[in-house]
Design a binder for this molecule. Structure first.
Ligand code: PMP
Length: 285
């Protein structure tokens, strides 16, 4: 059955959901996006995702042609039209149609696209036994060049890194920043446990400010687990007691190997397991 896609001002059939070849989103990756989850028909942290979308758009001087309230309504309309209970929602805002030149001022008709799908998650086995990572030779784009806090449609940096994961037979890949510190993964933030303290790279480590990352920091505080936003290196990951990744799609997923080094016990650690359970409870609240 064809799904319903929100395009521009309303729902259309999937096969009619088309944008112009002159849209700068296609020509230059010029646009912004979000990926969110619905649990029991409710979108987790919708406000935070809309705020980040608006901030990304503001940073790129893209004016989103609807209000946040209108977009929230459109998200729920799209979920309903596709009968999605537990699912994944992609929001896209394009720069709009322009010329073949770079001038964004000539672009008109930015498109709002909302796609709602069922879930394609990592296997439960990975949540028990953890995933293996390799470090990418691709360096995370420095934020002084293009802010990694902007969730733009230009994901080439992440895509090139992810290719390295596949080549190494891994599901995800660790990116270092230009300073040689750990930044994040191609589509997830990273946490480690060192001497019982939860560590995650700070915002200036060239990362996306993940909404799951922020939720996990809140969950840790509620559980009484000390957490710090602090720079660390690959060595710190190798010798960590535990490691896990966070993302809207992945939720909280343990990592048990990096570059052939087993991390901790080689299984999901006690703090990771506690945080995953608390996170899964939070999203259903
Ligand atoms: N980092 C990157 C590069 C991402 O693309 C994402 C989202 N897929 C994340 C981190 C996690 O962000 P969130 O928790 O908001 O999904």
């Amino acid at each position: 059955m064809s799904s319903k896609i929100w395009l521009d001002k309303g729902l259309v059939n999937e096969e009619d959901a088309k944008v112009s070849v002159f849209d700068h989103a296609l020509l230059y990756g010029d646009g912004v996006f979000e990926g969110m989850r619905s649990y029991s028909k409710k979108v987790f942290r919708l406000k935070e995702h809309l705020d980040r979308l608006w901030e990304s758009a503001h940073s790129l001087c893209i004016e989103i042609p609807m209000t946040k309230e209108e977009m929230a309504d459109a998200v729920y309309e799209t979920l309903k039209a596709n009968d999605i209970v537990d699912g994944y929602i992609r929001l896209v805002v394009t720069r709009g149609n322009g010329t073949l030149g770079l001038d964004a001022h000539l672009c008109t008709n930015p498109q709002v696209i909302i796609i709602a799908r069922g879930l394609s998650l990592y296997s439960e086995e990975l949540y028990q036994n953890g995933m293996k990572l390799v470090t990418a030779s691709t360096i995370r784009m420095p934020s002084f060049s293009m802010s990694t806090r902007v969730k733009s449609l230009n994901y080439l940096n992440n895509i090139l890194a992810k290719m390295e994961a596949y080549r190494a037979g891994c599901e995800e890949v660790l990116l270092l920043n230009h300073r040689g510190n750990v930044a994040e993964c191609s589509g997830d933030n990273i946490f480690i446990v060192r001497k019982g303290v939860l560590l995650t790279p700070p915002l200036d480590a060239c990362i996306l400010e993940g909404i799951t990352r922020n939720a996990v920091l809140e969950v840790a505080a509620e559980l009484g687990i000390e957490a710090k936003q602090q720079n660390f290196t690959r060595h710190d990951v190798y010798v960590a007691e535990e490691c896990f990744l966070t993302g809207s799609a992945a939720e909280v997923i343990p990592v048990t190997e990096l570059d052939g080094r087993v991390i901790g016990s080689g299984k999901a650690g006690p703090i990771t397991t506690k945080i995953l359970a608390a996170y899964r409870e939070l999203v259903r609240k």
